[in-house]
Structure formats: structure tokens, C-alpha cells
Design a binder for this molecule. Structure first.
Ligand SMILES: NC(=O)c1ccc[n+]([C@@H]2O[C@H](COP(=O)([O-])OP(=O)(O)OC[C@H]3O[C@@H](n4cnc5c(N)ncnc54)[C@H](O)[C@@H]3O)[C@@H](O)[C@H]2O)c1
Ligand SMILES: N[C@H](CO)Cc1c[nH]c[nH+]1
Ligand SMILES: [Zn+2]
Length: 432
């Protein structure tokens, strides 16, 4: 169960230790994942069949489901479930569509015009988790921005379930997105397949999607060893709740448990200015665990979670910024007073009536977010993640005359005479 620390008793080193997560000190995960990647690179499809047997405990006869099979599987989805998926689809679509804005052309000096244009990344790979829980919501979170960006080839991998298929909701979302094929591959092997390509799975330009520590390690390795990019390290889920005396212990407990139930390596942190609220929250956590089907998973995640009691909301925010949470919930009526002091967070949930679950599923924001303190430097997935922003420039006769002398001097001072000449020949072309 969650340990409690008093912020005033923590020194710098204690805080450093507390904010660290999912470390792999003996490089066990790295070694295993490097081995998986090497096998997929060498043996292609054969390795995928073998890993499906070894890690997913399933014998596959082929590595993908086609449109007809997806349609048959999706027929099990009820009208209510379809309607809920549609609400999520529409809100996520609306929010992501609003991110697409043409940029202005800028005349930086007379005759010199610069601008940026978007081009979709052509081949993208989407990883949809399916180990401890199958996440069709992640398929929406990745497929919708890919669709809006206009990516031409969308490769989708998800771990095979025990029946050698994907579940009905993954199939339904594939049909909603117009994706005709879902590959039955999970874990590090799926990431390797999309990075190197196999007989069946195409190599892609960029891999997206969250996953467990194996998936996340594989993504960070292929990012530095292949020409395939990644969205970000989006590993085991985490939440940090900042609460004060106005927070509702039942709500805070529910939010902590919502992330704890994702997996045993998830982490839920409460930073609270009110000791009584912290104690009430712990009591609520115990109460709600009694009726939670995934209580065993959540309990293990809570063993790896903790509470920090601070004197002020400013101290709480200071701790949160050092932690750089994937999700930050401000469980306080005073949330407006402290949002400006947020420096590091993936996605923020404001006030007592805003559960993280709303953003996990259906409010519109993306739930694929940086974990393990990567929120210090990375943003969550958006339409931007699926496009390149290419810069353009055009110089007129007036433009080259205006900018030319400065470029010539700058080229001289770097000793790059061919650079100077590329301007000089245009400003005063040699007489024929
Ligand atoms: N950061 C985010 O944006 C975000 C969003 C959604 C979910 N998540 C996280 O994604 C994760 C999903 O994890 P999951 O496990 O449920 O599904 P997953 O699909 O990420 O991983 C399942 C795969 O892991 C592989 N695997 C399992 N045990 C292994 C082992 N011992 N050795 C090698 N490979 C092994 C298997 O191949 C299996 O197919 C959770 O931790 C969840 O918190 C994060
Ligand atoms: N909380 C996860 C992001 O870390 C997203 C998710 C999907 N389904 C439920 N939750
Ligand atoms: Zn969640």
C-alpha cells in the first residue's frame, strides 16, 4: 500500500529517488528486448510466429486479420458500445481537426519570403496495447490524427488474444477508421517488425503508441539504431494528483485506482496539503479496492506508489514539476490559481469534477502521453506528430540584393567561399 512522506523531511536526494521510475538497473529488459529485435531483424515472420507462441501463448496460422475477418469479429459489438465509440471518435476528431492550421507566409525582408507547409508522414505504424487489457481507445487516439494528417500507409499491430484474433472493439475501430488489416503482433517484436519490415509487415517511417516496458524499451532502441522514428517513450501509465482541503477523498481514490489498474508497473502519486484528506483518501482506496475486478493488479501498482504531504499548493506543484507526470490532476477548487505554475506534465485535469478517465476515452484530448518524466521534453500525440513541417523560401531580385551582402559576409567569416559565391553569382553574375 502507498507509503506517506512529509515533504519538509525530504532532501534533494530523497526527492530524486522518489521521482525516478521504471528503472532497469541490471539492463534485464534492455538485454531481452535487444535479443527480440535482433531475432525479428534476422528471421522476420518466423520470429513473430515464435514470439506469439512464447509470450502470447497462442499458435498463429497467419499474422494478420483482413477486412472480412474484422467485419465478422466486429459483429459482436452492441449498439450501445458502437454509440459510445462514436462519441469518443467524434470528440477526438473534433479536437484534433482543430490542430490543423495553415501558417502565414512571412516576408522577413523585402523580396525574401519564408513559410512552412505540412506534409503527412507517408508510412506510420500504430501499436495498440493488448496485454493486461486490450485498448481500442488507443486505436482511436492514434488512428484519428493519422487519418486527419493524411498518412498514406497505416500499419496496425496489436497482440493476438488467446483465440488468435483481436477483440471485437479493435475490429470495430479498424472499420471506423477504414483500416483493412490488423497485424497480430505484440510487444518488442511488433516494434521491431515495423522498424525493419518482415515478409508480411511493411517497414514504416515512424512508430506510435503506448505499451509496457518491453514495447517502450524497443521503441527507444529502434529510434537510435534504425531510420524509423518514434512518437515518444509512452510507457506504463502514471498519475499525480495534487489535492488540498477542498478535494473529495472518494474522487481522488478513484483517480489513483484508475491508473493503478493498468498494470503492476503503473504508479499513482498523491501530493496533498491536507493530512486528513490524505488519510481519508487511503481509507477510500481500501474501500474501492474491495469491489475492483482488477484489485490484484492495482494493489501491486499501489505498493510502488506513494503520498507526499506538503504545507502549501506551491510546494505540491514544485514536487509535481520535478516528477513530470504523464497525467496531472488538480483536485482543488483553487486550480485556476496554480495552473500557470505547471512546468512539466503530459495532460492536465482541472478541478474536482474532471476525472482522468474522461481524457483517457472520450473528451477529445489524446491519451498517448510521455511517461517516466519524459513530459519534461515531450508532448503527447497530436496531428503534429503525424506530419512534417517543411520550410520553404523564395527570393526575388530585390530579395537577393537585400539579403546578399549579409550572407556573403557570414560565409566569409566561416571561411566557406563556395557559399559566398552562390550569392555573388546571382547578385553580380559574371559577364559572359
Ligand atoms: N503512456 C501512455 O500513453 C499509455 C496509454 C495507454 C496505455 N499505457 C500503458 O501501456 C501498457 C500496456 O501494457 P500491456 O502489457 O497491457 O500490453 P502491451 O501490448 O504493451 O504488451 C503486451 C506484449 O508484451 C509482451 N510481453 C509480455 N510479457 C513479456 C515478457 N516477459 N518478455 C517479453 N515480452 C513480453 C508480449 O509480447 C505481449 O504481446 C500499460 O503499462 C499501460 O499502463 C500507456
Ligand atoms: N490511462 C492511459 C494512458 O496512460 C490511457 C487509457 C486507455 N484506456 C484507459 N486508459
Ligand atoms: Zn487509463
Amino acid at each position: 500500500m502507498m507509503k506517506t512522506y512529509n515533504y519538509s523531511n525530504l532532501n534533494k536526494q530523497d526527492i530524486q529517488t522518489l521521482v525516478q521510475r521504471n528503472v532497469d538497473p541490471a539492463n534485464e529488459i534492455r538485454t531481452l528486448v535487444e535479443d527480440v529485435i535482433a531475432h525479428v531483424k534476422q528471421h522476420g515472420d518466423r520470429a513473430l510466429f515464435d514470439y506469439a507462441h512464447q509470450f502470447d501463448k497462442v499458435e498463429l496460422s497467419k499474422l494478420y486479420l483482413d477486412k472480412a475477418e474484422l467485419q465478422e469479429i466486429a459483429s459482436a459489438v452492441t449498439a450501445d458500445q458502437k454509440a459510445a465509440l462514436k462519441v469518443a471518435y467524434d470528440n477526438i476528431y473534433k479536437f484534433h481537426q482543430s490542430q490543423v492550421k495553415a501558417e502565414d507566409k512571412v516576408e522577413t525582408m523585402p523580396g525574401v519570403t519564408c513559410w512552412r507547409e505540412l506534409r503527412p508522414i507517408e508510412k506510420v505504424g500504430l501499436y495498440i496495447p493488448g496485454g493486461t487489457a486490450v485498448l481500442p481507445s488507443t486505436f482511436l487516439m492514434l488512428g484519428i490524427p493519422a487519418q486527419i494528417a493524411g498518412c498514406k500507409k497505416i500499419v496496425v499491430c496489436s497482440p493476438p488474444q488467446k483465440n488468435g484474433k483481436v477483440n471485437a472493439f479493435i475490429a470495430e475501430v479498424a472499420l471506423m477508421l477504414g483500416v483493412d488489416r490488423v497485424y497480430l503482433a505484440g510487444g518488442a517484436q511488433a516494434v521491431a517488425a515495423m522498424a525493419y519490415g518482415t515478409e508480411t509487415i511493411s517497414k514504416v517511417d515512424k512508430i506510435f503508441g503506448p505499451g509496457n516496458q518491453f514495447v517502450t524499451k524497443a521503441k527507444t532502441i529502434i529510434q537510435s539504431t534504425t531510420t524509423t522514428a518514434i512518437d515518444m517513450p509512452a510507457g506504463p501509465s502514471e498519475v499525480l494528483v495534487i489535492a488540498d482541503g477542498t478535494a473529495k477523498p472518494a474522487f481522488v481514490a478513484a483517480d489513483l485506482l484508475a491508473q493503478a489498474e493498468h498494470g503492476i508497473d503503473s504508479q499513482s502519486v498523491l501530493v496533498c496539503t491536507d493530512e486528513n484528506i490524505a488519510q481519508q483518501t487511503l481509507i477510500e482506496v481500501e474501500k474501492q479496492l474491495q469491489v475492483l475486478p482488477r484489485a490484484e493488479i492495482a494493489k501491486q501498482a499501489l505498493d510502488n506508489s506513494y503520498i507526499v504531504v506538503t504545507d502549501t499548493l506551491a510546494e505540491a506543484m514544485d514536487f509535481s514539476n520535478q516528477y513530470a507526470p504523464e497525467h496531472l490532476i488538480l483536485a482543488t477548487e483553487s486550480w485556476k490559481d496554480i495552473t500557470d505554475s505547471i512546468i512539466n506534465a503530459g495532460s492536465v485535469f482541472l478541478g474536482n469534477l474532471t476525472p482522468e478517465s474522461a481524457g483517457d476515452y472520450a473528451s477529445g484530448t489524446n491519451h498517448t502521453l510521455p511517461t517516466s518524466s519524459y513530459a519534461r521534453a515531450y508532448s503527447g500525440v497530436s496531428v503534429d506528430s503525424f506530419v512534417k513541417k517543411i520550410t520553404f523560401q523564395h527570393l526575388t531580385e530585390e530579395g537577393i540584393k537585400n539579403i546578399g551582402p549579409s550572407v556573403e559576409i557570414l560565409a566569409d567569416l566561416e571561411g566557406l567561399h563556395a557559399h559566398r559565391n552562390a550569392v555573388s553569382v546571382r547578385v553580380s553574375p559574371p559577364t559572359p
